[in-house]
Design a protein around this ligand. Structure first.
Ligand code: 13P
Length: 261
């Protein structure tokens, strides 16, 4: 049985002071969801603040069912790489997860498959779970190429990793046309693309991993559409941008997952 994960990607928002306020609000609202405190919660909750906000969030998350992650990591272990933060450093400050391959990093930092492979391998070596993001652009969908693009993005990274398990790796299908646009993938599109992703993983790495690996949906997910997306057979939760910046709406999305457990 795959467990849900609802993950907030705060992107370039909230320094330590504001992050502490939001994380406290999330923590307090989660406390009213009894099932999250059970031994088998059925839903994990994660927030991924900016690097400098991580220690403040850790202070309020410690001892609560609120996991901590980062939005990227260096593709080197250490050395003369000005401005970079390593996966091992993230583990040291209490992160359990790191996002890799987000479309904004692909677009603005021109990150490549080779870098994603190195980042995920280093994340795994540091004991982190990687959340590998992929998804097609609007013109690729309009040209009928969405499946091919997603196949290529998965094929360019997953089989090259030193190890991939359902514990150390999650996938996040984030159609770029749905990110921050208010336009969500229809349930038909989301289910088709998640099922397709699972098929590709099965072809590359075997049916067992394909059945067990968790695939999140990302792109204008909100409390009002989360339930119908999470109810789809191949959707295992969400990677939430804008709606994760408000405690009530983020926990509203968590509630949608909890209601389906
Ligand atoms: P929005 O939820 O703001 O569309 O962002 C999705 C996303 O990019 C999460 O990583």
């Amino acid at each position: 049985m795959r467990r849900y994960l609802v993950a907030g990607n705060w992107k370039l928002n909230l320094g330590p002071a504001a992050g502490l306020v939001l994380a406290s609000g999330v923590r307090d609202r989660l406390a009213s969801l009894d099932s999250l405190a059970s031994a088998e919660p059925g839903c994990d909750v994660l927030v991924c603040p900016p690097y400098v906000t991580i220690p403040a969030v850790r202070e309020v998350a410690d001892g609560h069912p609120l996991l901590l992650g980062a939005q990227t990591c260096a593709d080197h272990e250490s050395g003369a790489f000005t401005g970079e933060i390593s996966a091992a450093m993230l583990a040291e400050v209490g992160c359990s997860h790191v996002i890799v391959g987000h479309s904004e990093r692909r677009q603005y930092q021109r990150e490549s498959d080779d870098q994603f492979v190195r980042k995920i391998d280093l994340a795994h070596a540091a004991g982190l779970t990687a959340i590998f993001c992929y998804g097609e652009l609007l013109d690729e969908r309009q040209a009928g190429r969405a499946e091919t693009v997603v196949r290529d993005q998965i094929t360019g990274v997953l089989p090259r990793l030193a190890s991939v398990t359902a514990e150390n790796t999650l996938l996040a299908y984030e159609p770029v046309w749905a990110i921050g646009t208010g336009e969500t993938a229809t349930p038909e599109i989301a289910q088709a693309m998640h099922a397709h992703s699972r098929t590709v993983v099965g072809e590359l790495l075997g049916g067992e991993l394909a059945a067990d690996i968790r695939i999140l949906y990302g792109g204008s997910c909100k409390p009002t559409n989360a339930r119908e997306l999470f109810a789809l057979p191949d959707v295992d939760g969400g990677l939430i941008g804008g709606a994760s910046l408000d405690a009530e709406s983020f926990v509203g999305i968590v509630e949608a997952a909890v209601a389906l457990v």
